[in-house]
Write a protein that binds this ligand. Structure first.
Ligand code: DCB
Length: 324
């Protein structure tokens, strides 16, 4: 009899605990993004309670061209489909921020729209044709100082300081010195924020970065892949970096080839997503726009404000949205 009562008590306690956990989870969802303030523990991204945090979402295309898709309606549609992060690609070159500094206001208003819906948001200094991040290091320091002053205490904001360094530059001689200048500018106002750092060869050389890591906490190294171009050899570089203790974030990947077109290569993309899932790696897909290229998630003419039908989704968009 006594045993039986104890058993009943244990069940009651378990039910109560489960109920309370559920309730507190609901409360949090409306007050802050899903995992609360993020930080890096070992090679893992974790939330405020040290729970594993896995972010899945979209990167915008260049905001100077497709900024109309970075708005509340579009973000609400993505959230409804399961996304929890938005990456804002602020190109520096190609009529981006350096020649059009007003683009910054687009970044801030889009970030505000994402944060208002409890989405995480990545502010991406999208270097590409300006291959060496050191070329515009001072502009980056100024931009990120301002962004961090604006969002410093917000648990939803991640800072990505250089999209894809490329060309004949090195991690230790170029990208690392750049990061050593930019990161303290962010940390001055956002001491805990997670900061994402690219590497050479369009953010593929994460293994080289891991051999000469940055001396800061809450840093992740970005690795970018395109399913039609990058295979197991790039996965091996990710594992090599992680084995050295580097935390990896896939802030950009596409179902297409590396030029943003061709394919789509959905078998390879599935294989990649399995690889990422097995390691709890977070990702953003390229890209949220309706450009006539295969990596675009939306067919030409899709409403920039969301509410997309199946017919508005490209083959890439259908595949990616089903994997949030
Ligand atoms: C990256 C860039 C991104 C680029 C995509 C696809 O570049 F981060 O900005 O997006 O991957 O190439 C493309 C757009 C096009 C646009 C073009 C230039 O989809 O609509 O016209 O940017 O702004 C990569 C990634 C990997 C490699 C090369 C590039 N790779 N790249 O491995 O060779 O040269 O742009």
């Amino acid at each position: 009899m006594r045993r039986y009562i104890n058993f009943k008590l244990i069940i009651l306690a378990a039910l109560l605990t489960a109920g309370l956990t559920l309730l507190s989870g609901c409360g949090k969802a409306t007050a802050a993004p899903a995992f609360g303030a993020l930080h890096v523990a070992g090679t893992n991204l974790v939330g405020a309670n040290n729970q594993p945090a896995v972010l899945h979402g979209m990167s915008t295309h260049g905001l100077q061209w497709f900024g109309q898709f970075a708005n509340s309606g579009a973000f609400a549609d993505l959230k409804k489909r399961g996304a929890n992060v938005i990456r804002l690609a602020m190109y520096t070159d190609e009529n981006g921020y350096l020649s059009n500094p007003g683009l910054k206001e687009k970044v801030f208003s889009a970030a505000d729209a994402a944060l208002a819906q409890d989405l995480y948001v990545i502010i991406d200094w999208h270097i590409l044709h300006d291959n060496n991040p050191r070329t515009h290091q001072q502009e980056a320091v100024n931009f990120f100082s301002e962004a961090a002053r604006r969002y410093g205490s917000n648990p939803g904001v991640l800072y990505e300081i250089c999209n894809e360094p490329n060309g004949s530059i090195s991690w230790s001689g170029d990208v690392k010195p750049y990061a050593l200048a930019v990161i303290p500018a962010i940390r001055a106002s956002a001491p805990q924020a997670v900061i994402l750092v690219g590497s050479t060869t369009w953010s593929q050389d994460v293994d080289l970065a891991a051999q000469d890591p940055l001396p800061f906490s809450n840093i992740m190294y970005t690795c970018h892949f395109y399913a039609g171009t990058h295979g197991k050899w790039l996965q091996d570089k990710i594992d090599a970096a992680r084995n050295r203790g580097a935390a990896i974030f896939i802030s950009e990947w596409g179902t297409s080839a590396a030029d943003g077109n061709g394919g789509v290569f959905l078998d390879s993309a599935s294989q990649w997503l399995n690889f990422l899932a097995a390691r709890n790696l977070s990702w953003c897909n390229w890209s949220l726009c309706d450009k006539a290229e295969s990596s675009a998630a939306l067919n030409p003419g899709a409403n920039p404000n969301g509410g997309w039908t199946e017919g508005n989704l490209s083959p890439s968009g259908k595949f990616v949205f089903a994997h949030f």
